[in-house]
Design a protein around this ligand. Structure first.
Ligand code: SAM
Length: 269
């Protein structure tokens, strides 16, 4: 058997770091391919699985290799309190794009237009996974698979489709762009095939995204408050979508387990 550190170092350049027990748990649940996983205390990690996630205890038993604390600390940039880390194969871009572009769509795609904050992007991916959104697309330079985003997303990148695209290459569908100057969202039902677009923390929606928008919608907010945090804006909008005709997770006609991708993580403003 290959030494886990050697195996890790061979894969680390191209793989996705799953930092901590919960990220690994979510990735396994949503079909991630995990070639290597380590724990400082294998027994404690398996006990945690038995207590919190019995559905993944079996796969973890087969996967986890115990390594000394110093070896673990040398493999990860920041040790996690659970002392667990793993590497997963990044899902293919082609499969994710096919999923994002496929019509008809049963749940919206979230578009983050030039986001800046890695923590916000992770929180949004976690929200998209929780609501069963089709995926999250980012424009601009932020890498939505950056290790800090994956950490903020708690490993839930594997429960939805996550890619970076230009505005010109966005998936098909009506664009509902969120902006404090828009029409009150409460009077609007959001369709399942919508692209729900949000601006950057600093400067809001770009001119390019505004030009592609079919509707500008505002979240209720009292005068003198300038704006909400990006991730909380996404949360309110997805919740609003889920209320329309009773959609989203737990709704009578909803898919309980969103389709897993083929082969397929301190917020700022
Ligand atoms: C922190 S805000 C951006 C604030 C930025 N200074 C601006 O000029 O718009 C980030 C994004 O969250 C969404 N957002 C925040 N508050 C909103 C509100 N009250 N209504 C609609 N969208 C909102 C928008 O998409 C906005 O671009």
């Amino acid at each position: 058997m290959t030494d886990p550190s050697t195996h890790w170092r061979r894969l680390a350049g191209s793989a996705v770091l799953l930092d901590g027990f919960h990220a690994l748990k979510h990735a396994l649940r949503f079909g991630a391919e995990v070639p290597v996983a380590v724990a400082v205390d294998r027994g404690a990690a398996l006990a945690l699985a038995g207590e919190l996630a019995p559905d993944v205890r079996g796969p973890l038993e087969a996967l986890l290799t115990e390594v000394p604390q110093a070896v673990y600390a040398a493999l990860v940039p920041r040790p996690h309190p659970t002392g667990v880390a793993a590497l997963a194969v990044r899902p293919s871009r082609e499969a994710a794009l096919e999923r994002l572009r496929r019509l008809p769509r049963t749940a919206p795609v979230v578009v983050l237009d030039q986001p800046r904050n890695l923590g916000n992007a992770g929180a949004v991916i976690r929200l998209a996974a929780g609501f069963g959104a089709t995926g999250v697309v980012t424009t601009g330079t932020l890498d939505p698979w950056h290790p800090t985003v994956v950490r903020g997303g708690a490993g839930l990148h594997f429960a939805t489709a996550v890619e970076r695209l230009d505005v010109a290459g966005l998936p098909p569908g009506p664009v509902f762009a969120l902006d404090p100057e828009g029409e009150d969202i409460r009077g609007v039902e959001l369709p399942d095939d919508a692209l729900l677009a949000f601006g950057s923390e600093r400067s809001g929606l770009t001119a390019e995204l505004r030009a592609r928008a079919d509707h500008l919608l505002a979240l209720p907010m009292r005068p003198q408050v300038s704006s909400y945090n990006l991730a909380t804006s996404v949360a309110m909008t997805l919740y609003h979508w889920s209320l329309g005709r009773g959609r989203g997770p737990g709704a009578p006609d909803a898919l309980e387990a969103p389709e897993a991708p083929e082969a397929l993580g301190a917020p700022e403003a």
